[in-house]
Write a protein of this length. Structure first.
Length: 406
């Protein structure tokens, strides 16, 4: 009995520290660490005495531009030296730059730390995702659903951490402590990942495969793949962009208090978790393209209903359905893109990077629309995500041919 009881906890311990669990945990840690500057932005602005424009530049614009330029170099290094080294090194760099951000005396130091952190994230997170996809090429949608669910948990944990530190410390420097806590977690994760062997992707000899850039050039000739990469870029609309504009809509159009704004965001995250759990159950029973069409139509309907809500409490309630129907679209669209190049997920990651400027421009374009025509008009454009993905699913469906005439 004692031995059986001992084997149980030991087996669970080994399972929780397996390389699969550790790699999936990277999604949670990345969203947690990226959520610290987002949730702590007001206090960072106050402590460092920044303007709104300077805050956006330090926290988002400068790191985003640096990552846009340096990420291709990271992908080339991964192709030459292998993903495990880049993932482990990326996690270690994320930990070190989180500590640097916690100690940053001014905006320049913080911008440099976050820029290096962004490059390290491109190495650790993108290559981890590609590793998991290549390890189980027959379960791409389920892998991405689990990855997205853990990302949602990290999204939810970051503001909770900032809020708890604000209550405990009672000052505006809780973001420094949050950076230090995240840095410690990343350091532990980097050590744990370094002690485990990465899963080997089911692929042939390397000599038989084209180089990374040759494979990328070939991939960009695939119109179906380019279409799905564009669809993945559209998935930025009903995500963080929606959260920002939804908060403004609840405040300005519905007169909602900060509590109702938070409730609306919380409903979106909770609905997303419900939708991803439901997707896990639906995938073995239905074709992925049919699920994209079903979730896309439901998402468009739910979003229109939410936008028409006349009061804050109904807006928060309907946002639950928006999250449940829109969040599964990202893992489903990702699976369609990865399926175009089985066993070469790294090629899809690099090819998708070409749409990064479009993703970076989306918030600016929608902000310009909101300034000129109002938040409601800008929000109405977000329905392009579910409609676009439904059109893609229908347009790229394989043509069924009848039996050949004898």
């Amino acid at each position: 009995m004692a031995r059986a009881w001992a084997r149980g906890p030991l087996a669970w311990c080994r399972r929780l520290t397996s390389i699969t669990v550790l790699l999936f945990g990277v999604a949670l840690l990345e969203e947690l660490s990226s959520g610290v500057p987002s949730a702590g932005a007001p206090d960072i602005e106050h402590v460092l005495r920044l303007s709104h424009t300077a805050t956006a530049a330090v926290l988002f614009v400068v790191p985003g531009l640096v990552q846009l330029v340096v990420d291709p170099i990271v992908f080339v290094l991964a192709d030459r030296f292998g993903r495990p080294w880049l993932v482990r090194g990326g996690l270690a760099a994320m930990a070190l730059t989180s500590f640097a951000a916690a100690l940053a005396p001014g905006p320049v130091t913080l911008a440099v730390a976050l820029s290096i952190w962004g490059v390290a994230t491109g190495a650790a997170v993108s290559l981890t995702e590609a590793t998991l996809i290549d390890a189980w090429p027959d379960r791409q949608a389920r892998t991405m659903a689990r990855w997205t669910l853990l990302s949602l948990v990290g999204d939810f944990a970051a503001p909770m951490l900032i809020g708890a530190l604000a209550v405990v410390r009672g000052s505006a420097t809780g973001w420094r402590t949050a950076f230090a806590i995240v840095g410690g977690a990343l350091a532990v994760w980097a050590v744990a990942v370094s002690l485990r062997r990465f899963p080997a992707p089911p692929s042939g000899p390397e000599d038989d495969e084209p180089s990374l850039w040759e494979a990328v050039r070939d991939a960009l000739r695939d119109r179906v793949l380019v279409g799905w990469l564009f669809g993945l870029a559209l998935c930025n609309l009903l995500d963080e962009i929606l959260i920002v504009f939804a908060s403004l809509h609840v405040r300005d159009a519905l007169g909602g208090s900060p509590a109702w704004q938070s409730a609306t965001i919380g409903a979106f995250v909770a609905g997303g978790a419900i939708g991803l759990v439901g997707l896990e159950w639906l995938l073995p029973r239905h074709a992925e393209r049919r699920l994209i069409i079903a979730f896309g139509i439901a998402s468009a309907a739910a979003f229109v209903a939410w936008l028409a809500a006349p009061v804050a409490w109904l807006s928060a309630l309907l946002m639950l359905f928006v999250g449940a129907t829109s969040t599964p679209l990202y893992p489903l669209a990702s699976a369609q893109a990865y399926a175009r190049r089985p066993g070469r997920a790294g090629v899809i990651v690099v090819a998708g990077h070409l749409f990064a400027p479009f993703a970076l421009a989306l918030p600016w374009l929608l902000g310009a629309v909101a300034d000129r025509a109002g938040t409601g008009v800008a929000l109405s454009l977000l329905v392009a995500q579910p409609i676009g993905l439904v059109v893609l699913a229908v347009a790229t469906a394989p043509v069924r041919r009848g039996p050949a005439t004898p």
